[in-house]
Design a protein around this ligand. Structure first.
Ligand SMILES: [Zn+2]
Length: 369
């Protein structure tokens, strides 16, 4: 994996670059739709490519439980198995274990957990998590980490962080030379822990650095402070990734702080439940005011959904619980995120990022309408 920086913005840390991977080049900043179970829900790989998706994420916790590492390995690896022939990043599952497993027992050597599907007991270690990700041929893998909920006491955060760093060392030791592995910076909402984590991971040395455990309910201001504190310590030539950062306003803010990679379930999850992201803000398509609204979902969008369907029809699909509704809204939402990040990249390259940042903040309404 190679990372080339093409341009750094004059008045901020925003940068445009390129990640070169065997399965293709990724223009950064980039937004990766989430394909937890090896599918970006409701979308075919063909549609993802048509929208301009460059890379997706999948999740080891889910894939390990179902269909199982062996099935994917023998099926030729993740890209072949799911028929998405672009890079796939896999998350280690630390966050999913913490949020989904009915029973979690963190030990010195790893984490024991019960499957949320059938209650069976499993054990993830930093080592086997790397091996599994290598076996399924992830293009970028993540270290096993301990992701804590928000809020959490300082002492607990410190204890978990010590373990996350120890595990990061073990992950690095076991990985093969050609496997791309990112470290995950934890430390909850404590700036000193976050800085300590960043330095420790840099000492170990990874192919990229992710900031995890954010956007879990803390104020956006605090999230940005933590992102800034970590990003400032990560050298310019390294890839920076903020995990789970998904509101357009948060992405824009993090790009400004020098972040390159983003992923979030928001465009897909909201698409399925009837919330659309538009150039002016989010709208709930089921609202009565759209009953006879024959305008497109977003008049400024060129996606298939906006070019062909009205808000009134989309509302009808959702009210009637027709499966096409979630599909069309997801299509639009992913298109919206991909084109937003493309626009951001273009403005960085053209020295217009700050103007774009200001105009977006003026135009975009954070609240639901
Ligand atoms: Zn659209």
């Amino acid at each position: 994996m190679k990372f080339i920086i093409e341009k750094v913005s004059k008045n901020s840390q925003a940068r445009a670059g390129r990640i070169i991977l065997p399965k293709g080049e990724i223009e950064t900043p980039v937004f990766m739709p989430v394909g937890t179970q090896g599918t970006v829900k409701t979308m075919s790989p063909k549609e993802l490519l048509e929208i301009g998706v460059q890379m997706i994420t999948a999740n080891l916790y889910h894939l390990y439980l179902r269909p199982g590492i062996k099935v994917i390995e023998e099926g030729g690896g993740i890209s072949k198995f799911i028929s998405f022939f672009r890079p796939v990043l896999t998350d280690s599952g630390g966050f999913q274990i913490a949020s989904l497993s009915p029973l979690v027992n963190i030990k010195e050597e790893g984490v024991q957990f019960k499957s949320h599907i059938d209650g069976s007991t499993h054990f993830f270690t930093p080592e086997n998590v790397v091996i599994y990700q290598e076996k399924i041929k992830s293009d970028i893998g993540m270290c096993l980490d301990i992701c804590l909920p928000y809020p959490v006491e300082y002492e607990e955060a410190k204890k978990a962080l010590t373990k996350t760093i120890e595990w990061a060392k073990k992950s690095k030791e076991i990985k093969s030379r050609e496997f791309n592995l990112f470290g995950i910076i934890q430390g909850a909402t404590y700036l000193d822990l976050r800085r300590e984590a960043t330095k420790a991971l840099l000492d170990i040395g990874f192919d990229g650095y992710a900031i995890g455990g954010l956007f879990l309910g803390e104020t956006p201001k605090l999230s940005y402070e933590i992102v800034a504190a970590c990003a400032d310590l990560i050298p310019q030539e390294e890839v920076r990734y903020v995990m789970g950062c998904g509101y357009p306003e948060d992405i824009l803010e993090c790009v400004k702080l020098g972040i390159d990679l983003f992923d979030c379930v928001l465009p897909t999850r909201n698409g399925r439940t009837g919330t659309a992201f538009t150039s002016e803000g989010r709208i709930i398509i089921k609202n009565a005011k759209f009953e006879k609204d024959y305008s497109p979902l977003d008049p400024n969008c060129e996606c298939y959904t906006c070019q062909n369907f009205t808000r009134a029809y989309l509302r009808h699909l959702f009210i009637s619980e027709e499966i096409l509704g979630p599909r069309l809204l997801t299509y639009h939402n992913i298109y919206f995120f991909i084109h937003l990040i493309k626009k951001i990249r273009e403005t960085i390259l053209n020295d217009q990022f700050e103007e774009f940042y200001n105009s977006f903040k003026q135009r975009y309404n954070r609240n639901l309408t």
